[in-house]
Design a protein around this ligand. Sequence first.
Ligand SMILES: C[S@@+](CC[C@H](N)C(=O)[O-])C[C@H]1O[C@@H](n2cnc3c(N)ncnc32)[C@H](O)[C@@H]1O
Length: 251
Amino acid sequence: MSKQNVYDNNVFFEKYRSSRGNEVNFNDCIETPILLAMLPDLHGKTILDIGCGMGQHAKQYSDMGAEAVLGIDISEKMLEYAKEHNKADNIAYRRMAMEDIDAINQQFDLVTSSLVFDYVEDFGGLMMKIRNLMKKDAEFVFSMSHPIVTAWDGVYDRYTRTETGERLYANLRNYCREGLRKVDWVVNGYECYHRTVSSLINALTGAGFMIEECREAHISDEMREKYPALFGGTIHRPEFIFFRCRKMPGK
Ligand SMILES: C[S@@+](CC[C@H](N)C(=O)[O-])C[C@H]1O[C@@H](n2cnc3c(N)ncnc32)[C@H](O)[C@@H]1O
C-alpha cells in the first residue's frame, strides 16, 4: 500500500471534521500544546507543514509571526477546508503527497508535521527527503502516533477493563512486528504503519538528523478527571510521540 487517501472518503472526513470541531479533542488538548511548545521563535521563518490537513497549524504559524508557510496534503477535502477557514496572505496550500516532496524546489527554516507520518510506508526515505528541504540551521519538529498506539490490529479492546468498564491496562499486540496495520476504524480497512521506537530513532539518525528533544504526550490529571471517557486511557499510554531535530553538521 502506498499513498492511501482516506481523508477524502466522505464518512472518514465528516467524522474527523466533527471531532476536530468539538472544543475538547485530542489534537487541541494534547497534540497542539506540546508541538507548539517545541517550536522555535517563528518570526521571519519559512515553514513547510507536511500533511497540513485543515490548516489549523499553518494558521497558527502565520499568527505566530512566520514569514511564509507552505502546507501540503494529499486530501482535496482537507485542503478545501484549509483554504476556506485557515487562510492568510502568507500561507500557500498545495495538493501533494508527502512521498513526493522532493519535487519542492525550495529550502525552509523549519519543517513541521502533525500526526501524518503514520501513513508513510518508507519512513527513512521520507526523513532523507525532509533533510534535503532544510536550510543549514533549520529545525524539524513533528508528532506522530506513539508506537504503543499503532501496535494494535483492531480485533481486541485496546484496554483490559474491569467488569464495570474501567480501564486497567493498555494492551499491546505484536509491538515487535513492524509494517502495515489494516483495521476497521471509522471505515473498513483503515491503513497505517506501525514502527518501533528504535526504528524511528534510527531512521532519523540514519537520515542525518540529530535528535535534540523527544517528548511523549501527556495531559493533566484535572483534564482526565473532567473528561474521563475521552482522556481516561491517557494515564496508561502516551498517545503521541514528538521529536525536535536538526541536521547533523556536515550532512
Ligand atoms: C490526522 S490528520 C492531521 C492534519 C494536520 N496535520 C493536523 O494536525 O491538524 C492527517 C493528515 O495527513 C494527510 N495525509 C495522509 N497521507 C498523506 C500523504 N501520503 N501525503 C500527504 N498528506 C497525507 C491526511 O490527508 C490528513 O490531512
